[in-house]
Design a protein around this ligand. Structure first.
Ligand code: NAD
Length: 244
């Protein structure tokens, strides 16, 4: 049996599938990841700062203008559309076989594809709030302004509801993540270097039968995978979709 056939068979046989994904899930939608050759870490960072520094809480506070310059140009991709990875997961949820998506992504493409069961470990660019009065704003509200977005009510800075480096993950999301991982019968891990903690460590809560790892480059979890596929995951899922 080839790898695509094996993956399709396990997807068909499983009833409680969990997908744990990262930035590689969306590269075939045109959103660069962090650690691929074309990823954001391969760029030097503006004025000598690394992307990790520029996306930190302290940078957001001290260099707010530069933060938004980087954030707007590198992390917001309003034209991006779901690719076959997102579409297969939406189909699996429709079939009642998907327990949850757990994503480190902040791009909202799973919801755009039709998934509702999405745990966003690092938040979302689609939720924004005033750091002074906490009023909520949409991504369109942020895009309607340039530079540092300001709250029309009190001129406070509007920030994205994303987890910056140096900030903690949402406790409720973390607890639900552990819960779904420990109930899953099939774990699909995809498009993540599994290097950002604590998110990456959570996959060890999986107790089910099979782990499938879809990732172009090696990860520290490869030896735990029952099936390892290194081809671009969008084209893999396109073939899976034709067989499901
Ligand atoms: P990462 O950049 O560290 O790793 C991405 C992994 O995906 C790499 O190992 C790469 O080889 C693999 N990959 C890339 N394209 C692939 C493809 N088409 N098929 C198969 N594998 C592919 O990303 P990460 O592990 O998610 O961690 C980085 C952090 O970046 C996350 O916390 C996330 O919040 C943030 N981020 C999110 C987005 C987004 O929302 N789309 C984009 C960039 C960064």
């Amino acid at each position: 049996m080839d790898k695509i056939e094996q993956l399709t068979t396990w997807l068909q046989q499983s009833q409680r599938i969990v997908f744990f994904g990262g930035a590689g899930t969306s590269t075939e939608s045109g959103i660069p990841d962090f650690r691929s050759a074309q990823g954001l870490y391969s760029e030097n960072g503006k004025r000598g700062y690394s992307p990790e520094e520029m996306l930190s809480r302290s940078f957001f506070e001290k260099e707010t203008e530069l933060f938004f310059e980087f954030y707007r140009s590198k992390l917001i991709h309003p034209q991006a559309k779901p690719n076959p990875v997102h579409n297969v997961l939406a189909l699996l949820e429709k079939q009642g076989k998907l327990l949850s998506i757990i994503t480190q992504n902040i791009d909202g493409l799973h919801q755009m594809a039709g998934n509702q069961k999405v745990l966003e470990l690092h938040g979302s660019i689609h939720r924004n709030y005033c750091t002074t009065c906490r009023h909520s704003y949409t991504l369109d509200d942020v895009l309607a302004q340039s530079g540092v977005p300001r709250c029309p009510i009190d001129q406070g800075v509007i920030r994205p509801d994303v987890v910056l480096y140096g900030e903690s993950l949402n406790q409720d999301v973390l607890e639900k993540t552990v819960e779904v991982l420990s109930q899953a019968d099939l774990l699909l891990i995809g498009g993540t270097s599994l290097t950002v903690y604590p998110a990456a460590g959570l996959v060890s809560y999986f107790r089910g039968q099979h782990t499938v790892l879809l990732n172009a480059s090696p990860t520290g979890h490869d030896r735990h995978a029952d099936l390892l596929i290194t081809d671009p995951m969008g084209s893999v899922m396109e073939k899976v979709q034709q067989r499901l």
